[in-house]
Design a protein around this ligand. Structure first.
Ligand code: UDP
Length: 237
């Protein structure tokens, strides 16, 4: 159920398949790790073998970004739906509240995870939040103990990429957690510190355009999309 783009695996599961798989992973006590893949990360992995191996270690590499959908089409693949990091986080919180599983929010600036928690409880009143911890605590032992005492089923890690992915791989085994997801700036969005594109932009696949208007420096990141598509196209031959 994976497609490869320049050596990086991407899962072709839809939200519904992911939701079912993850609840089974928790019930059967399997550890899994979700990472959001976009063209920028794939290009970065071309220059960094360690990052490439790290991304391929994940259980579910979700296709975050229209660039991946276009690349899948170029390769004759079957990835038709974008699965964004923040929507996956919301889908998991919904599942957690339906199946009585707990979550933990680790990362972002002090108070942000707390505010993200309040927003999630507004959305899913039955959600069990086992704990929150900001991303600037330095003591790794303290972080490990806090999470292990809370024993969440799902841990969201918001330390930015690829730092959060390295952190997850380095700590997965010693943490009493089933599902790990790296969520980048999602707590900032949930807390209201950073606004997401209006629904209309999202539906049309133009979230990138909205972000470009709001944060013009993003052009440096977005300009990489054509490079990525050309590389995928060439790698076919
Ligand atoms: N962050 C953190 N600890 C750090 C560095 C960053 O918790 O030592 C947080 C930061 O506050 C922000 C997130 O990591 O909430 C990074 O978000 P960004 O949008 O840069 O990540 P991306 O989605 O681009 O990977």
């Amino acid at each position: 159920m994976k497609e490869k783009f320049l050596g990086v695996d991407v899962s072709n599961f839809t939200y519904d398949q992911l939701k079912n798989n993850i609840i089974s992973d928790i019930n059967e006590k399997r550890k899994s790790f979700i990472v959001a893949i976009n063209p920028e990360k794939i290009l970065q992995a071309q220059k960094d073998r360690g990052l490439l191996n790290l991304l391929n270690k994940a259980t579910y590499q979700i296709p975050d970004g229209v660039g991946i959908l276009i690349a899948s089409r170029l390769n004759g693949g079957s990835i038709k739906e974008r699965v964004t990091g923040i929507d996956m986080l919301l889908a998991l919180c919904e599942q957690a509240s339906l199946h009585d599983k707990s979550i933990f929010l680790y990362g972002a600036k002090p108070n942000v995870a707390e505010e993200a928690k309040d927003r999630l409880i507004e959305l899913y009143p039955n959600l069990r939040v086992a704990g929150v911890l900001d991303g600037y605590v330095k003591d790794q032992e303290q972080i490990k103990e806090t999470i292990n005492e809370a024993k969440p089923d799902i841990l969201f890690v918001a330390l930015g990429s690829p730092r959060q992915e390295h952190w997850i791989v380095d700590h997965m085994e010693e943490l009493d957690v089933s599902i790990f997801q790296g969520v980048g700036g999602s707590f900032d969005v949930l807390s209201g510190k950073v606004k997401r594109a209006p629904a209309g932009f999202q539906k049309l696949g133009l979230e990138w355009l909205y972000r470009l208007i709001k944060e013009p420096w993003r052009i440096k990141r977005q300009i990489k999309l054509p490079t990525f598509l050309v590389k995928v196209w060439k790698s076919k031959k």
